[in-house]
Design a protein around this ligand. Sequence first.
Ligand SMILES: [Zn+2]
Length: 60
Amino acid sequence: MAAAQPAPRGFKGNKQALPSKDCAACGRPMVWRRAWARTWEQVKYCSDACRRAKGRDGPG
Ligand SMILES: [Zn+2]
């Protein structure tokens, strides 16, 4: 009971209902992925390549 569901707001199972946003690096539209269910709000790049291209935070 009271289990937190990672499903995004408005998710009903339709692919077209999935949220989307543009990559902060290449600007390509990113469609919500199941792998991003828990980090969607933090996802800014469509791929690791884009993340490494612009995101340089963290140790190192
Ligand atoms: Zn990108």
